[in-house]
Ligand binder design. Structure first.
Ligand code: BF8
Ligand code: SF4
Length: 632
């Protein structure tokens, strides 16, 4: 049975926050509980002002809204709107990186292309000629085909979908009407479709939801990952440190929080350049640490320490040691500004769209990146001067591991085992049953499940059964803090067969130690990397993705972004475990489509289970069934 236990790193910080008179997410959840059951079940409709209408799932009271909308309609409409929220976040992120690349090529923004081979590889997928052409010309063509997707009105498949979708799945999507054209048109249509008096057919709404998943997958995640790699470099294996103990009492601690490396890369660059100013202020230097996904981005590319996942973003400020928290977009709790005001922390918002009462706003535009990044680093140094000499409380908790396992890095490692056919060692070991399958863990930490260590429980249970685990997002922070990303974890948690494979590959690759059993593949937009890996395996075996012995999980669902990513994975044909349940249980029809009927349409299925051991067992059963169907 799952145990209730507040994670070690959080206990002393909770006490300090309380002593300072602050409430934490835990306190606010307790004060909020029990939460609204109509909301949880998805049967509250606020689409018009005759409502709000709510449907009692036990059959008491009205069974339709005032307009006659059924619970199936209400649930499916609400779900699609959540999916729009998630996909819009990722597409907005990707478009920002795209415009930064355009501005860099035009000489207006101080960024450079760091990975020419990635640029040429991606451009090749779009049919852009690369032979004998300059880097800038190829990059400009890539920018133009990307911009075209945001303006096209011809109904043709988006360039990013056409170029980056796996072949077999693309054909299936075309047959089922899931191909999208212009991502912005999809948002408009989805909001229109779900407003009062339009689409009432739950099946049609669910198809739109899957299509929105593809919008997120290709115009959001894939575009963001590819363009970030081109601009900032494709990650290679690096050593990481994680947890609150990465803060340094005598340094200027500058925490970057959010998602977009366009900001955090510049901050990191200028933190290095302004180290002398920090020393002149009496500090040992500037210590940039990462929170949430922008932390993952910097860790993957530069080995920057990962200080905190989303639930710890307010708590690390209670150390009194964070001189500046600099945020960009997404997952920023407004409470962090309140925490910052209690200490000497400069809390700095940087995006025009993300304004938080109590924050200092230093607008960051890529065109003025150098000036603004300097101003931000100097604000952190100023805050340090105020903090210097005051007591800080940094819990002595720190774990180490490996990050940077991009597909390119993985192929690089495997090619030391088999240079001609790098995926062959993995496939041979899957066929032989030494690797039973693979599981992808993505997403957030949830206060509703954190104290049962949902993520760690599931990961450990699967490793024991020789299932290889890959991870992204805040789940990667959780795994790092739990010591699951290092070679010792292979010894401690992997089943004997998996252990032997990881040891042999680590040896052959010259690492001098086993590969870790959990591979850190990046931030949430980097779920692209997991899909690329799975697609490469399917391609190599000439099977559909839905036939592979793999499964995904968002073990502690929080964000709308997880709904849209999950929709992409369902469209790809994957099993997606999720807890808590998405807000669909108020509709038997929608629940049945997502958990059962979908399997005969795309091959994907949603799976809800709150108990970590049972959830892992469910994923394992799915993986085993896929093996049996393949005859291995
Ligand atoms: O995009 S894992 S809490 S930081 S949503 Fe947010 Fe969740 Fe963290 Fe990253 Ni992803
Ligand atoms: Fe109620 Fe229909 Fe209006 Fe929704 S759209 S609030 S169900 S009347």
């Amino acid at each position: 049975m799952a145990q209730k236990m507040i994670p070690l790193s959080e206990q002393p910080l909770l006490e300090r926050a309380h002593a300072a008179g602050l409430t934490t997410g835990r306190d606010r959840l307790a004060a909020m509980s029990p939460q609204c059951a109509f909301g949880e079940l998805g049967t509250c409709c606020r689409m018009c002002y005759m409502g709000p209408c709510r449907i009692d799932p036990f059959g008491n009271g009205p069974q339709t809204g005032i307009c006659g909308a059924s619970p199936d309609t209400i649930v499916a409409r609400n779900l699609l709107r959540e999916c729009v929220g998630g996909a819009a976040s990722h597409v907005g992120h990707a478009r920002h990186v795209l415009l930064t690349l355009r501005d860099a090529l035009d000489g207006k923004a101080p960024y450079e292309i760091h990975d020419v081979s990635k640029l040429f590889a991606v451009a090749g997928k779009f049919g852009i000629a690369t032979d004998g052409r300059s880097v800038d010309d190829v990059a400009r063509d890539l920018v133009n085909v990307s911009l075209q997707d945001f303006s096209r009105q011809d109904g043709q498949p988006a360039n990013w979908l056409r170029a980056r979708a796996p072949r077999k799945e693309f054909e299936m999507w075309r047959d089922k009407g899931l191909v999208f054209s212009n991502p912005h048109n999809e948002f408009e249509t989805a909001m229109h479709r779900t407003s009062m008096g339009n689409d009432a057919d739950p099946t049609s709404l669910l198809l739109a939801e899957l299509r929105m998943g593809l919008v997120d997958g290709y115009a959001g995640l894939t575009m963001a990952t590819d363009l970030q790699d081109i601009l900032f470099g494709t990650p290679q294996v690096t050593v990481l440190e994680a947890n609150v103990g990465v803060l340094q009492a005598h340094s200027v601690n500058l925490a970057v929080h959010g998602h977009n490396p366009v900001l955090s890369e510049k901050i990191l660059e200028w933190a290095g350049k302004l180290n002398d100013e920090a020393r002149a202020a009496g500090a040992e230097g500037v210590n940039v640490v990462g929170v949430c996904c922008t932390g993952n981005e910097l860790t993957m590319r530069h080995g920057v320490p990962m200080a905190a996942h989303n639930l710890q973003s307010e708590l690390i400020l209670a150390t009194g040691a964070v001189d500046a928290m600099v945020v960009d977009i997404q997952c920023i709790w407004p409470s962090t500004a309140m925490f910052a005001s209690c200490y000497d922390t400069a809390f700095i918002t940087t995006d025009e769209m993300v304004r938080i009462p109590g924050a200092t706003h230093i607008e960051f535009e890529p065109t003025h990146a150098d000036d603004q990044a300097q101003a931000i680093v100097r604000a952190a140094i100023e805050a340090f001067k105020k903090r210097k000499g005051k007591p800080v409380h940094i819990p002595d908790l720190k774990s180490t591991g490996f990050a940077g396992l991009s597909v390119e890095a993985i192929v690089g490692i495997l090619s030391k085992v088999n240079a001609q056919d790098p995926l062959k060692p993995v496939i041979d070991n899957i066929v032989a049953g030494n690797i039973v399958g693979a599981a992808g863990f993505a997403g957030c930490p949830s206060l509703k499940l954190r104290d049962t260590a949902m993520t760690e429980t599931m990961v450990k249970a699967l490793l024991k059964e020789n299932v290889l685990v890959v991870t992204t997002g805040c789940t990667a922070h959780i795994c790092a803090q739990a010591g699951l990303l290092n070679s010792q974890a292979t010894e401690k948690y992997a089943g004997d067969k998996l252990k032997a494979v990881l040891a042999a590959v680590g040896e052959a690759a010259g690492l001098g130690a086993p590969l870790p059993p959990v591979w850190h593949m990046g931030s949430c937009v980097d779920n692209t990397r997991i899909v690329d890996l799975v697609a490469a395996l399917a391609d190599r075996l000439d099977v559909k993705i839905s036939q592979l012995p793999v499964a995904g999980s968002a073990p502690e669902l929080v964000q709308e972004k997880a709904i849209s990513i999950g929709s992409w994975l369902l469209a790809l044909g994957l099993m997606v475990h999720v807890a808590p349940a998405p807000r669909v249980l108020g509709s038997q029809l929608v629940t049945k489509v997502l958990t059962q009927d979908l399997e005969s349409i795309t091959g994907g299925k949603a799976y809800v289970e709150y108990d970590g051991e049972k959830a892992a067992a469910g994923m394992l059963a799915h993986i085993r069934a896929k093996r049996a169907a393949l005859g291995i």
